[in-house]
Design a protein around this ligand. Structure first.
Ligand SMILES: [Zn+2]
Length: 143
């Protein structure tokens, strides 16, 4: 190693110090720029998330609405199937509208059940006279 004068040594130290400072300043600047870029990316990501959340809320609302409508339609159809099944297998009382005998799954048996029901139907207009005998024609005319 070459020997240096104290002045040369001091100058070399000062030069090294300046270079280290410049290096640190460059590093700091680079880090500040990177931090700013990351902050900008974070802002963009947050904006994207907010937009997606808003979109998701709208989508969920629409989906829930569709689901409710579909469930209502299914309920309506199930009710219609139940009603038609009752008409297929049971007998509908013309006085009160009740469908009876559908659980028998047999039309002949259902007819028997319907006859039994009509005899006891609370809305049958001639209920007291129906049991055991036909109503008289005179009771039918009213207006
Ligand atoms: Zn009835």
């Amino acid at each position: 190693m070459d020997t240096m004068t104290p002045e040369e040594t001091a100058a070399a130290k000062s030069d090294a110090y300046d270079k280290a400072n410049e290096s640190r300043a460059r590093d700091e600047l680079r880090l500040r720029q990177q931090i700013e870029q990351l902050r900008e990316a974070l802002r963009e990501a947050n904006a994207t998330i907010a937009a997606l959340n808003e979109h998701t809320d709208k989508y969920e609302d629409a989906m829930l609405k569709e689901r409710r409508l579909a469930e209502e339609r299914i309920k309506d159809k199930a009710g219609e199937i139940e009603r038609l099944s009752g008409l297929l297998w049971g007998g509908r009382c013309v006085y009160c509208g009740e469908v009876v005998g559908k659980d028998r799954q047999n039309q002949d048996l259902s007819d028997d059940v319907l006859r039994e029901h009509v005899r006891a139907c609370p809305k049958h207009p001639f209920r007291p006279t129906v049991v055991g005998s036909r109503p008289s024609i005179g009771l039918v005319a009213s207006s």
